[in-house]
Design a protein around this ligand. Structure first.
Ligand SMILES: C[S@@+](CC[C@H](N)C(=O)[O-])C[C@H]1O[C@@H](n2cnc3c(N)ncnc32)[C@H](O)[C@@H]1O
Length: 242
C-alpha cells in the first residue's frame, strides 16, 4: 500500500498549522533550505519550470521575479491547489492537481524540474526520476531537496531538538511521524539510494549538498548554533545530457 504525502495537507487543521509554521520567523525552510535551492538554481531567466509538490506556489512568484517565463506546479493537496491557483493569478503559470506519481509528463518540455521537500513522500522514486528525465529538454536540470535521510531514518515528534537519534538507517521504506498535530507518512531512503536512483534514470549528477547553516541567514545566534547540530535537508542536482 502506498500513502500519498499530500493527504496530510488536506486535513484543515494540519494545513493551518503547516502554513503558520512556514511563515514563522527563522523557519528552517527559509533559513536552511531555500538559500541552497537558490544557489543550485543559478540563473533561471527565460526558463520553463516544472515544480513537483509546489505547495502554495509562492516559490513560483519568486522564480518569475528572477526571469522565469513559464511555471507549472504539480500538487496533490486540494487545500494547497486552491491557494496556489490564487498565487499564480495574472502570471504565466498554472497549478495542476494530481499526484507526482500519476501525471503524464510531456516529452522534452522543461528547462528545469524542481521539487522542494516533496520527494520523501514518494514510494517509488526510480519511476518518477525516469519520467522527470524524459520531460526535460536536453541539458535540462533536475534539482530537489528532501528531508535529510538522518531525519527520515528515525522520525521523531516535531519540536525544538538539540540531538537526533539515528536508527534503522539502512532499513528503507515507510515511516510515520506525529507532526504539527497530525500523522504524516513518508518514505526513508539513504543518501546513496537517492544518488543511485538519479544515475540510473540517466542523470549526470552535478551537486550534492546538505543544509549547512550560514550565519547571515539567522537573526539569533542561539538558533544558528542549534542548527549546526543536526542536518535537516539533503539536495541533489543532475543534468539530462542527451
Ligand atoms: C512540505 S510541502 C512543500 C511545499 C513547497 N514545495 C515548498 O517548499 O514550500 C510538500 C508538498 O508536496 C505535496 N505532495 C506530497 N506528496 C505529493 C505527491 N505524491 N503528489 C503531489 N503532491 C505531493 C504536498 O501536498 C505538499 O504541498
Amino acid at each position: 500500500m502506498s500513502y500519498y504525502g499530500s493527504k496530510f495537507y488536506d486535513n484543515d487543521s494540519n494545513f493551518e498549522n503547516y502554513m503558520e509554521r512556514r511563515q514563522g520567523q527563522e523557519n528552517a525552510n527559509d533559513t536552511l533550505e531555500k538559500p541552497v535551492v537558490w544557489e543550485l538554481l543559478g540563473d533561471v531567466s527565460g526558463m520553463k519550470i516544472l515544480d513537483l509538490g509546489c505547495g502554495d506556489a509562492s516559490f513560483g512568484i519568486e522564480l518569475f521575479n528572477k526571469g522565469c517565463t513559464e511555471y507549472i506546479g504539480i500538487e496533490g493537496s486540494h487545500n494547497m491547489v486552491q491557494v496556489a491557483a490564487k498565487t499564480l493569478e495574472g502570471y504565466n503559470g498554472m497549478v495542476i492537481q494530481t499526484m507526482i506519481e500519476d501525471w503524464e509528463y510531456p516529452h522534452e518540455s522543461f528547462h528545469l524540474v524542481l521539487s522542494r521537500l516533496a520527494i520523501h513522500y514518494i514510494q517509488d522514486i526510480r519511476s518518477v526520476f525516469r519520467r522527470i528525465h524524459q520531460t526535460l529538454k536536453p541539458n535540462g536540470k533536475f534539482i530537489f531537496s528532501v528531508e535529510h535521510p538522518i531525519i527520515t531514518s528515525t522520525l521523531q515528534p516535531s519540536g525544538t531538538r538539540t540531538n537526533w537519534i539515528v536508527d534503522n538507517y539502512f532499513v528503507d521504506g515507510y515511516r510515520e511521524q506525529q507532526w504539527l498535530g497530525g500523522t504524516v507518512h513518508k518514505y526513508h531512503r539513504t543518501i546513496e539510494d537517492y544518488f543511485i536512483a538519479l544515475q540510473e534514470a540517466g542523470f549526470i549528477i552535478e551537486q550534492l549538498r546538505e543544509s549547512r547553516p550560514i550565519r547571515k541567514n539567522f537573526i539569533s545566534e542561539e538558533t544558528y548554533e542549534r542548527r549546526l547540530r543536526i542536518p535537516l535537508f539533503l539536495f541533489l542536482s543532475g543534468t539530462r545530457k542527451k
